[in-house]
Design a protein around this ligand. Structure first.
Ligand SMILES: *[C@@H]1O[C@H](CO)[C@@H](O)[C@H](O)[C@H]1NC(C)=O
Ligand SMILES: *[C@@H]1O[C@H](CO)[C@@H](O)[C@H](O)[C@H]1NC(C)=O
Ligand SMILES: *[C@@H]1O[C@H](CO)[C@@H](O)[C@H](O)[C@H]1NC(C)=O
Ligand SMILES: *[C@@H]1O[C@H](CO)[C@@H](O)[C@H](O)[C@H]1NC(C)=O
Ligand SMILES: *[C@@H]1O[C@H](CO)[C@@H](O)[C@H](O)[C@H]1NC(C)=O
Ligand SMILES: *[C@@H]1O[C@H](CO)[C@@H](O)[C@H](O)[C@H]1NC(C)=O
Ligand SMILES: *[C@@H]1O[C@H](CO)[C@@H](O)[C@H](O)[C@H]1NC(C)=O
Ligand SMILES: *[C@@H]1O[C@H](CO)[C@@H](O)[C@H](O)[C@H]1NC(C)=O
Ligand SMILES: *[C@@H]1O[C@H](CO)[C@@H](O)[C@H](O)[C@H]1NC(C)=O
Ligand SMILES: *[C@@H]1O[C@H](CO)[C@@H](O)[C@H](O)[C@H]1NC(C)=O
Ligand SMILES: *[C@@H]1O[C@H](CO)[C@@H](O)[C@H](O)[C@H]1NC(C)=O
Ligand SMILES: *[C@@H]1O[C@H](CO)[C@@H](O)[C@H](O)[C@H]1NC(C)=O
Length: 505
């Protein structure tokens, strides 16, 4: 039997397998927190509050054609709504970025600094201090939404030291979360807190399809008396890039784009970029081209998921009352500045992501150029539900006015990009010359990360400016500290800094 959202005993009960922890009387009282005048105009007057779906992919770039394979998604979401052409992540790494989506906060406020428990990725402290205040938790407890999660959550989710897969974060009525990091086969799901193992039979286990199937089941069996929020978080196109069998021959003629910084030595860049070898070896180029093709192949199953989901929403008459967001947790690079494959850098290819939305009141085929960050998703979704954002501690702001096409909105011109590099204390035996302190040194001992790949940037964008300013926490401060232009920054305790050219990345 394929995995279904339906528990073994039959249809899910109202409120899900996990019973609502809020008593009915109290619940009614709390719902007052979200009762509001729905602002979309008279056509929707009296209508139920809108549903929201958030589709989150893993490592899908915007700059190198990441959306190209998703033809149906383009037609069904972008062409029916709005594409944000300047959408950024405040940290180009899965766990910090996902924590920013869930909390609406910058990393310096949610304290998830890397992909490990020690760095607060799904740690006990995260569970205690941040998780109860994520936007899904507010949606469920304060606004009475049914909430459904399927897919990859935080990289360390399910770790034994942090409660194992029995831990179901507050905020979710239905919970189908992947244990640990992205996989396609041979994985464990937490099904409402119970471990369910999957093997490697395509028609039973292919994770992107399992996520599609449990999502459709949720739509078939959910309660019709409350609005719902779904977050579907695919492993694709993260490594190990295993495509569905029917897509393994796709894109045979596609190679990674040879854009202006492909296989170029980043001579003015910070240390980590300069240690990359230029030109890259032929085998590195072959490897990254292969990775590029396979990433696109895995996205074809995501495109199918989006189509099935939208058809099912339509079948149930929910489509015109549902906002559907599509985005990724960070970008990706394949050969830029001679770094073979990864994210973790402060350049556009890694920090810029696709962001599409359709929904009631959003006109078709629009592009919005305002500077957006994923910390805006939580506030936007709470705003849709009618929750007073002044009651939250979120750093982001609601995109609703932009989605409605309000023309005189005063918008921000800056977002922060913050990253604490990952490293290891021992030398990597395959690259002894590179360690200690570095990580991700593959292929050809080119390291994609290091403890000192630690930086804080301001990405600025307005009518008159398109800039990025960064400061690094590394040793190079010593070599430039006598430079008159930087003296001021040094005095303020800052380290090596640079203006990043937007043109060349
Ligand atoms: C959106 O634009 C595409 C062309 O990019 C066009 O084919 C489509 O009909 C448009 N959709 C709507 C709803 O206007
Ligand atoms: C982890 O989170 C806690 C609570 O937010 C914070 O006190 C601690 O400093 C964080 N750890 C790191 C390494 O940032
Ligand atoms: C899944 O696990 C089986 C048994 O350990 C192994 O033979 C197979 O190679 C694995 N498949 C994948 C795709 O990881
Ligand atoms: C995979 O599962 C399907 C459906 O249960 C079954 O028909 C098929 O035989 C299985 N394939 C393998 C290789 O076990
Ligand atoms: C998903 O559902 C379809 C239709 O019921 C089924 O054919 C397919 O095998 C299922 N896939 C997985 C991975 O469960
Ligand atoms: C790849 O092949 C497809 C059809 O198979 C074609 O439409 C496309 O233009 C080709 N792309 C390149 C880069 O040759
Ligand atoms: C690498 O590829 C280039 C271009 O395809 C070719 O000219 C060169 O001979 C190759 N080098 C090696 C060592 O194979
Ligand atoms: C959605 O469509 C139905 C049927 O056409 C209509 O009754 C309802 O008012 C629409 N809802 C919205 C929010 O437009
Ligand atoms: C939220 O705070 C702002 C600034 O203090 C204020 O202008 C606005 O009216 C407040 N909104 C609500 C719903 O109270
Ligand atoms: C935007 O325009 C509307 C309608 O003209 C007006 O009510 C509102 O105050 C304006 N907002 C700003 C920020 O200028
Ligand atoms: C993650 O961050 C923590 C806290 O700063 C640090 O102790 C740990 O070494 C980091 N992990 C990696 C792999 O860099
Ligand atoms: C960064 O760390 C690496 C490895 O620990 C070291 O070799 C390198 O010199 C450091 N670079 C800077 C600029 O601090």
């Amino acid at each position: 039997m394929p995995l279904r959202a339906v528990p073994a005993s039959g249809r899910p009960r109202r409120g899900g397998v996990l019973r609502s922890q809020t008593a009915p009387g109290l619940r009614l009282l709390l719902l007052g927190a979200c009762l509001f005048a729905w602002p979309w105009g008279s056509e929707a007057a009296g209508a139920r509050r809108p549903n929201v779906v958030l589709i989150l992919t893993d490592d899908q770039d915007d700059l190198l054609g990441g959306m190209t394979p998703l033809k149906k998604t383009k037609a069904l979401i972008a062409d029916m709504g709005m594409s944000f052409s300047s959408a950024y992540v405040p940290s180009p790494l899965c766990c910090p970025s996902r924590a920013s989506i869930l909390t609406g906060k910058y990393p310096h406020n949610h304290h998830v600094v890397n992909n490990t428990l020690e760095g607060n990725c799904s740690s006990k402290l995260w569970q205690k201090i941040q998780e109860p205040y994520t936007f899904p938790a507010i949606l469920r407890s304060m606004c009475g939404y049914q909430t459904f999660f399927a897919g990859k959550y935080l990289n360390e989710y399910g770790a034994l030291d942090a409660g194992g897969v029995e831990h179901v974060p507050p905020g979710w009525s239905y919970w189908y979360a992947l244990e640990k990091n992205s996989k396609y086969y041979n994985y464990t799901l937490s099904v409402n807190g119970k471990a369910r193992k999957h093997g490697e039979n395509y028609s039973l286990d292919y994770l992107t399809d399992v996520l599609a199937n449990v999502s459709l089941d949720f739509l078939d069996y959910k309660s019709n008396s409350e609005p719902f929020f779904m977050m579907i978080s695919t492993p694709a196109p993260h490594s190990p890039w295993i495509a569905a069998p029917q897509y393994q021959k796709s894109f045979q003629n596609v190679s990674a784009p040879r854009n202006s910084n492909f296989n170029i030595y980043g001579k003015n860049k910070h240390w980590l970029i300069r240690q990359a070898k230029t030109p890259m070896t032929n085998s590195s180029i072959q490897f990254l081209d292969e990775a590029f093709r396979k990433r696109w192949q895995t996205l074809l199953s995501v495109d199918d998921l989006v189509e099935k989901l939208i058809r099912r929403l339509d079948f149930h008459g929910e489509l015109n009352n549902t906002f559907i967001f599509y985005t990724s947790d960070n970008g990706y690079h394949t050969g830029q500045f001679s770094l073979p494959i990864d994210k973790r850098q402060l350049y556009e290819f890694d920090i810029k992501v696709p962001l599409l939305v359709r929904g009631p009141g959003i006109k078709a085929n629009q592009t919005n150029q305002m500077l957006i960050a994923n910390i805006d998703l939580g506030p936007t979704i709470l705003d849709i539900a009618g929750y007073d954002l002044n009651k939250t501690q979120m750093d982001g702001r609601s995109l609703l006015p932009l989605m409605r096409g309000t023309s005189n909105v005063t918008w921000r011109s800056d977002v922060l990009v913050e990253y604490q590099g990952e490293g290891y204390n021992g030398s990597d035996p395959t690259c002894p010359a590179m360690g200690p302190g570095v990580s991700q040194c593959f292929p050809d001992c080119v390291c994609e990360d290091a403890y000192n790949n630690t930086y804080a940037c301001v990405r600025t964008m307005s009518k008159s400016w398109n800039l990025q300013y960064c400061e690094f926490d590394d040793q190079e401060v010593n070599s430039i500290k006598n430079h008159p232009r930087v003296a001021n920054f040094i005095n303020h305790g800052s380290k090596f800094f640079t203006w990043v050219s937007i043109k060349d990345n």
